[in-house]
Design a protein around this ligand. Structure first.
Ligand code: AMP
Ligand code: MG
Length: 400
């Protein structure tokens, strides 16, 4: 039996890299960049007009000219016309490239336009107003997005505007999620009074989906020969195997023995925690990792969030900063285990993240998970925890 911190360290000692691949930029959301994104032209690429109105020469305004003859109308994308006299202007739209003979934009709101003449309605004009200068944000050749970060919608926007139809991202592990247990039937089936539908594998799969990580699924009966044969094949085909169930002390819990027969070295079995005490973790000599999670639905859920997700992120080269919250009620927990209590999170008007515990009915009570937002990791050394104390939280629901 290991402590949570040891389990953490052992898992973090097994980070993997899977190389890189080029993918269509539209598929890149949630993936991790494996190259710097470089501007192929200045940003903005030309002196970009930021208001609809007219383009004038500021010198004309300084000379006291307040009425300007419109010589052309320029839409965004048009070649800029040239004015030939100081009292000429170009009617111009947002996004258009500033004509070279002009340097100031007067927006429609400050103009009266009649018979092709634009007359200023304000004296409050400054040179160069309403123009976003070429190269002001980034120069051609500048790095606009650095490598090794999660692709967000803002980064997709950069990829699109810099012409990256394809982008290099980190390759992901090939993952299979395996449920075990003779009492489990498919979701579309009607269970006998003594059976349940299998849900853990879908729980894990959807957590992985949130990471934009796909996975195959397999169900195994509690049959040592079948488990061995299938796991042997999976060890060849996958980088990560996430199992649920079959790892405790029960008569039909064959998974740990079979894994060791298949040369998956046990790196730990059992963690001083609740839920998720029977968690088994190991590595095959070909480097495939096995996260064998306890079958109780809350245990599977917690271990996936607390151990697999950080392992995956760290392997991809990204790590989120740890989150902490203020306990919002007293709570007592006496077993010598690190307690991952379910909490509901909220912000108070001081900007503090508060965590109110909602304990539910143990590792089998997964209905409770739908009403909570995070696990709060309470230290094992203590048994009484007071309102106002601050502890680490592992959020599993978006709360803002
Ligand atoms: P086990 O770890 O195999 O002893 O399973 C512990 C408990 O979790 C049992 O009540 C199982 O029925 C339940 N369980 C195991 N696997 C799943 C699953 N894939 N979906 C839902 N419940 C499961
Ligand atoms: Mg079982």
């Amino acid at each position: 039996m290991v402590y949570v911190a040891e389990a953490d360290e052992i898992i973090k000692g097994q980070l993997r890299t899977y190389g890189t691949e080029a993918i269509d930029f539209e598929q890149a959301l949630g993936r991790v960049l494996a190259e710097d994104i470089v501007a192929d032209r200045d940003l903005p690429p030309y002196n970009r007009v930021t208001m609809d109105g007219v383009a004038i020469s500021f010198a004309a305004f300084e000379q006291g000219i307040t009425a300007f003859r419109i010589i052309a109308t320029q839409a965004a994308g048009d070649v800029p016309p040239i004015t030939n006299a100081v009292d000429e202007c170009v009617e111009i739209m947002t996004g258009a490239a500033l004509p070279e003979t002009t340097d100031t934009i007067i927006r429609y709101e400050d103009l009266e336009i009649k018979d092709g003449i634009a007359t200023l309605q304000t004296q409050n004009i400054s040179r160069g107003q309403s123009i976003h200068r070429k190269g002001k944000d980034k120069k051609q050749g500048d790095i606009v997005v650095t490598t090794n970060q999660l692709v967000t919608p803002a980064i997709i926007s950069m990829l699109a505007s810099t012409g990256y139809t394809n982008v290099q991202v980190k390759k992901q592990p090939r993952v299979i999620i395996i449920s075990t247990g003779d009492e489990l039937v498919e979701v579309g089936e009607t269970p006998s009074p003594y059976e349940v539908r299998r849900s853990n594998n879908y729980t894990v799969k959807s957590i992985l989906q949130q990471l934009h990580l796909s996975a195959d699924m397999l169900h195994l009966r509690d049959e040592p020969i079948v488990i061995k044969e299938k796991l042997q094949a999976c060890l060849q085909q996958y980088d990560v195997i996430i199992l649920s169930g079959g790892i405790s002390m029960g008569k039909f819990d064959y998974v740990p023995v079979v894994l060791e027969e298949l040369k998956v070295s046990k790196l730990f079995h059992k963690v001083r925690q609740r839920p998720g005490n029977p968690f088994w973790f190991g590595a095959h000599e070909n480097s495939t990792l096995v996260f064998a999670l306890p079958g109780n639905p809350v245990s599977t859920f917690m271990c996936t969030q607390r151990y697999f997700v950080p392992w995956y992120r760290a392997s991809m080269g990204i790590e989120l900063p740890p989150a902490y919250a203020v306990l919002d009620n007293d709570i007592t927990f006496t077993p010598a285990l690190q307690y991952f209590v379910q909490v509901k999170l909220s912000f108070n008007n001081k900007g503090h993240l508060l965590a109110g515990t909602i304990e539910g009915n143990g590792s089998g009570d997964f209905a409770n998970l739908t009403e909570t937002d995070a696990f709060m990791e309470l230290p094992l050394e203590r048994s009484v925890f007071k309102k106002g104390e601050v502890y680490r939280v592992w959020p599993f629901k978006q709360i803002m």
